[in-house]
Ligand binder design. Structure first.
Ligand SMILES: NC(=O)c1ccc[n+]([C@@H]2O[C@H](COP(=O)([O-])OP(=O)(O)OC[C@H]3O[C@@H](n4cnc5c(N)ncnc54)[C@H](OP(=O)(O)O)[C@@H]3O)[C@@H](O)[C@H]2O)c1
Length: 255
């Protein structure tokens, strides 16, 4: 860990971390965890209105909000380059995701594009933009895929395909980048209690044994980062004990 001056105080800083989708759910918990670990976190998202700052877990000097439509590639690259020109980026967490479920014929091109771009294209572009810096600083890339990457997903064919693509990208990138000291990991969470199911006619089950908490996915990120030099935890699957979902009432779906 290095040290730097911040507002007159010396604080330990582990380097900079970029987290996409840091405005809610899993990404927000990952951002809090990385702040606790001493990273200066740049959290990308569009709507941070649910985060009431200052938050103890997201101290002002450690957490920087980056309002960004990730699919606006020009702006995304500009913002990332500007951060990397000033800070030592050591961690990239590709977490932002979009999900639409249902029969494939019931999706539309816009929803399909949003999933492919957010879940797959954006991680590839961010990785490409940052890989030289991550090599320089022997950094780490953590991709938040899904258990859907490794299974058949009727009613989620396109979403599952984007996650399978992200997992494939991660595994190949691990082999490409390992000799440069870059660690690449992919995490496969099962159903997690977040807002991801806002567009679905189901959500996580009611029993605590039927879902993960976003904090538990963040703990997996911490586990990846806390390994000694030379040891890479390249894949982690997280599953609740029970496989249960809850069908939404009509009213819940409309909200
Ligand atoms: N929840 C689950 O059951 C589950 C299971 C497996 C994997 N995952 C994966 O975990 C990741 C996080 O999802 P979550 O469950 O935490 O859901 P979430 O609460 O809906 O979070 C999604 C995040 O992605 C951001 N985002 C989406 N599209 C964006 C865009 N175009 N530009 C900028 N930001 C964008 C959202 O930001 P704004 O709201 O600010 O737009 C939000 O912060 C996703 O990749 C998801 O596929 C979730």
């Amino acid at each position: 860990m290095g040290q730097r001056e911040a507002e007159g105080k010396i604080t330990n800083v582990a380097g900079a971390a970029i987290v996409t989708g840091a405005s809610s759910g899993i990404g927000l918990e990952i951002a809090k965890t990385l702040c606790q670990l001493g990273y200066e976190v740049y959290g990308f998202g569009r709507d941070f209105s649910n985060i009431r700052q200052p938050l103890e877990e997201l101290p002002k000097e450690r957490f920087h909000v980056v309002r960004c439509e990730l699919t606006d590639t020009g702006k995304l690259c500009e913002q990332v380059k500007s951060i990397a020109s000033e800070k030592e980026v050591r961690v990239l967490v590709n977490n932002a995701g979009a999900a639409y479920y249902g029969l494939h014929e019931e999706l539309n091109p816009k929803k399909i594009q949003e999933m492919v771009r957010t879940n797959l294209e954006v991680p590839m572009i961010l990785t490409q933009q940052l890989l030289r810096d991550l090599k320089k600083h022997t950094g780490c890339i953590i991709n938040i895929a899904s258990v859907t990457a490794n299974q058949s997903n009727p009613h989620g064919c396109a979403y599952g395909a984007t996650k399978a693509g992200l997992a494939s990208f991660s595994r190949s990138l691990f082999d490409e980048a390992r000799k440069y000291g870059v660690r690449v990991a992919v995490i496969y969470p099962d159903m997690t209690k977040t807002e991801l199911y806002r567009n679905a006619d189901f959500t996580v089950g009611e029993e605590a044994e039927s879902y993960l908490l976003p904090q538990e996915v963040a703990q997996a990120v911490e586990f990846v980062l806390s390994q000694r030099d030379g040891l890479v935890v390249s894949e982690i699957a997280l599953r609740p004990q029970l496989h249960r979902i809850k069908r939404k009432e009509r009213e819940e779906k409309r909200q």
